[in-house]
Every structure is written in C-alpha cells, then in structure tokens.
Design a protein around this ligand. Structure first.
Ligand SMILES: N[C@@H](CCC(=O)N[C@@H](CS)C(=O)NCC(=O)O)C(=O)O
Length: 314
C-alpha cells in the first residue's frame, strides 16, 4: 500500500513541477543585474587590500617605456613606495575598494613620459579614462567625485572646512621628521640632531592637543578625510625616530626614549596620538597602503645616505 503510493506521490509532484511556468533566466531585468554585478566585480573588490595591484612593483626610471594605455574605466595611480603624499591616495583608493594599478616611479631618475602626465614630476598622479589628476589633496576630492557611492569627504560644509583645517594643523609633523632627515643627510652633529628631534617632539605636542579622548579618530568615531590625509606623515616619523635614527646615532638614545616602536609615539607623552596611531594601524585600508617597518627604516637610511633605493624590499 505504502510502496504503491510513493510513485503516485512522485508523479503528482513531477506534474506540478512541469506544469509550473518556465523560469526565465535571461529577462532584461536579470541581464541588467548580472551586468551590474560583473561591473562591480571588475571595478571594486570587497577585500580592500587586493584592490591595489602592484604596490611593490619595480620603480620605472628614465628610459623605461610608458605602460600600456588603460582600458575604459580602469584606474591607475603613479606612486612611490615610501611617499607619504602618495600614501594618501593609496589609503583612499583602498578604502573605496577601487581596483587600481600602481605604477611606481623612480623619483631620482624619472621616466621622460611621466612629465607629460604631471609637469611637476611629483607623485601621486591618478589616471582614468584619459583624465589625469595630481596633487595629493586634490586626488581624493576627484576620487569622491567620480566614485560618489563611497564618498569620504563630508558633504557638510562646516565639517569639511574643519577637517581641512585639521589636515593643515597636523601636517606640522612633516617639518618634524624632514628636519631630522635633513640633519642626518647632511651628517650634522649630534647637537644639531638633538635640536631637530626636539622640534619633532614639539610638533607631536601640538598634534596631541588636537586629538581628543571623545573619539579615536580625528574625523570622529570612524576614520575619515583628516585621518587618511595625515597617517603617512606619522608613519614616517615612526620609522625615522624609532628605526633609522636610533640605528644611525646610538648616542642619542636618551633623547629618543620617549618614542617606542610598539606603541608609537609613546603613551607616556602622547597618549591620545598613540591611541589614534594604533587604531589607524588596524585599518585594512591603511595596511594596504603601508610598507613594513623594517623596509621603511632601511629605505630612509638609503635616502639619507643620498642614494634612495626605491626597490628595497621588493
Ligand atoms: N604637493 C605634492 C607633493 C608631493 C611630493 O612632494 N611627492 C614627492 C615624493 S614623497 C615627490 O614626488 N618628489 C619628487 C620631486 O619632487 O621631484 C602633493 O601633495 O602631491
């Protein structure tokens, strides 16, 4: 009885199945959705680090041919592995998940064709669909304009203005680390270097006042434009005062003990900045833009020695 009812049940269900209206896969709506998924796949990726392709590619130099033209919609950034200005754009592109080809440029021997894209010969320069934009504070604005779905710059004029002011104020650290760098490069005396380190500490003191305990980031509870624009500068201070300098001038150990590698710049003197730096280091977009400490440190040494090795660690 039971055995005979099984085939009947099956046939009934099969009948139901075959009498159902056919599933139409290739409707115009489905095709549109598929095209959109495919487009998204081509231009963005969910895993942020992989949206940047060629971060450690060889730096192109004078005499090297220009890379092949881009296909429509594809993005490219001209960069240098250790440039904090280029890092602004890399963090931004990674955060927005824009699949971007990185072409590294040897800044000590620039390829001739590069000046046609950027007459100043600086990095970063962004390129897409024949449009070429340089200057590290203008590139992010352009990126938000052409990829508005992932806009980072605030739409509120007051917030935007305040954040730009913060970027200006925090950029004081550039003078801090460049001062030390130049003193090393010119093989200045320990006293001169101590003075440069003192100025760098003053710059960090100023930045410490700008950070708050209310929020981990300069933009608030979430990282934003000011955080992304200045991280590279602090990253260089970190490599300089906790790596390159102590190794080059062990005699300065006392002057450098406030800085620590593990909690940069150092909780004792700059607790808010330290919290900020540590929060930034955890972000995928920051990881995607960054070079490891050892490599940064070694690069700065070659740079201060007058022979920058851009391909170090590649
Ligand atoms: N104002 C430029 C500065 C960029 C800049 O100075 N980048 C450095 C590398 S970190 C550079 O390209 N230097 C090459 C040169 O000046 O010839 C920007 O914000 O994009």
């Amino acid at each position: 009885m039971l055995a005979s009812s099984v085939p009947r049940l099956l046939t009934r269900n099969l009948d139901k199945y075959f009498s159902a209206p056919p599933i139409r896969l290739f409707t115009p709506r489905n095709l549109r959705s598929l095209a959109s998924i495919f487009r998204t796949f081509l231009t963005t990726t969910a895993a942020m680090p992989s949206s940047l392709v060629g971060k450690n590619s060889h730096h192109l130099k004078s005499g090297d041919p220009e890379p092949a033209p881009l296909v429509p919609g594809a993005a490219r950034i001209y960069s240098m592995k250790f440039c904090p200005f280029a890092q602004r754009a890399l963090i931004y592109l990674a955060k927005k998940g824009i699949r971007t080809e990185i072409i590294n440029i040897n800044l000590a021997s620039k390829p001739e064709w590069y000046f046609a894209k950027n007459p100043k010969g600086t990095v970063p320069t962004f390129e897409r669909d024949g449009q070429v934009v340089f200057e590290s504070l203008i590139v992010p604005e352009f990126l938000d304009g052409i990829y508005p779905d992932t806009s980072i710059i605030s739409a509120d004029p007051y917030t935007r203005a305040k954040q730009r002011i913060l970027v200006e104020q925090l950029s004081v650290v550039v003078g801090g680390y460049v001062g030390i760098f130049l003193a090393l490069k010119d093989n200045k005396s320990d006293d001169d270097i101590k003075e440069a380190v003192g100025k760098c500490k003053e710059a960090l003191d100023e930045c410490e006042k700008l950070a708050t305990y209310n929020a981990p980031f300069f933009a608030g509870l979430e990282p934003g434009f000011p955080d992304y624009m200045v991280f590279g500068f602090f990253d260089r201070v970190w490599a300089m005062v906790t790596g390159t300098l102590p190794e080059s001038r062990p005699t300065l150990a006392d002057d450098l003990k406030q800085f620590t590698v593990s909690d940069f710049p150092g909780c004792g003197k700059w607790p808010r900045l330290t919290r900020w730096f540590q929060a930034m280091e955890q972000l995928e977009e920051v990881k995607a833009s960054r070079q490891p400490f050892e490599i940064q440190k070694e690069f700065l040494k070659t740079y201060a020695g007058g022979n920058p090795e851009y391909d170090i660690g590649a």
